[in-house]
Design a protein around this ligand. Sequence first.
Ligand code: BYC
Length: 322
Amino acid sequence: MTAAQIADALSEEDLERHFEQVIARDQRIEPRDWMPEGYRNTMIRQIAQHAHSEIIGMQPEGNWITRAPSLRRKAILLAKVQDEAGHGLYLYSAAETLGTDRTDLTERLITGRQKYSSIFNYPTLSFADVGVIGWLVDGAAICNQVPLCRSSYGPYARAMIRICKEESFHQRQGYELLMTMMKGTAEQRELVQDAVNRWWWPSLMMFGPPDADSPNTARSMAWKIKRHTNDELRQRFVDMTVPQAEALGVGLPDPELKWNPARGHYDFGEIDWAEFKRVVSGDGPCNAERVAHRARTHSEGAWVREAAAAHAAKQRKEAEAA
Ligand code: BYC
């Protein structure tokens, strides 16, 4: 009996029970396993948003490739931006195992029907922003993504292992760049401080709305898609980053940031959730520019997709003839 025949012979309740047991045993759900529609849709939503974030996330740093201050910095930045493209591709492939099509997902992105991370709607005003994105944005991404290596959907969890290795390298390159600038001139130190002031709060918003306003967390935790809540990961990021800021010699723009010995964590000020909502709903400083650029490059790449499809069709025909 094939897996499909066994699945046909089982009732919906049997399948659901088996799915719940796999989750309870901390095993992985694989593409051909039965899964509830809600689980499938949640996975498609999260993986697609994640893939879109990687691809749109190439733009803010890509802005500095032609103006990197040395050949070494240019080579590093080029490699990093190419890594983000690779992450997007693994993730679109993972989403396709759930029965979606990446062309359709891209259409949804450029028509505003699917989201991408709010962080990429802010401009990169100086080369220090490249370092701060590596340190804070990749740092926040690692905090959020390391637990996703244990996510219950197999292809997503496996993609995340490689992505996290590369993200941690990105984070270190950002920190190293900032260390270099902080040892430079007063003007370079000012550029770093200005970039930190602009990126700190948006980095905290990357973790999503507060738990009380997060409609998806409870369900995603029960399905072990998410392993920690948004607020837990945000706190972990703050606790990890404050000592790094001290070592670097930069201030963080929050007068309420203070170690709380009773909690064993840093307290921090209130995030501007109105700004978060504005940016997520399309009205951030660079939303229109980011999506327009993606739409343009997608249409400019149409001939490549057509050529690849024609080549694949030719190879299929030749294989059939042989
Ligand atoms: N921005 O119920 P919630 C990178 C949405 S790229 C925009 O808490 P969930 C990098 C959320 O999707 C790394 N939207 O949702 C690349 C939901 O929307 P819908 C990107 C946000 O899913 C290049 C609604 O708000 N990382 O590292 O349980 C260069 C309610 O939220 C945001 C990922 O994608 C946001 N910040 O939790 C450098 C990580 N936050 O569809 C670096 C994977 C929330 O229900 N994703 N929303 O209307 C996740 O871990 C989770 O999806 C989230 C949100 C923690 C982000």
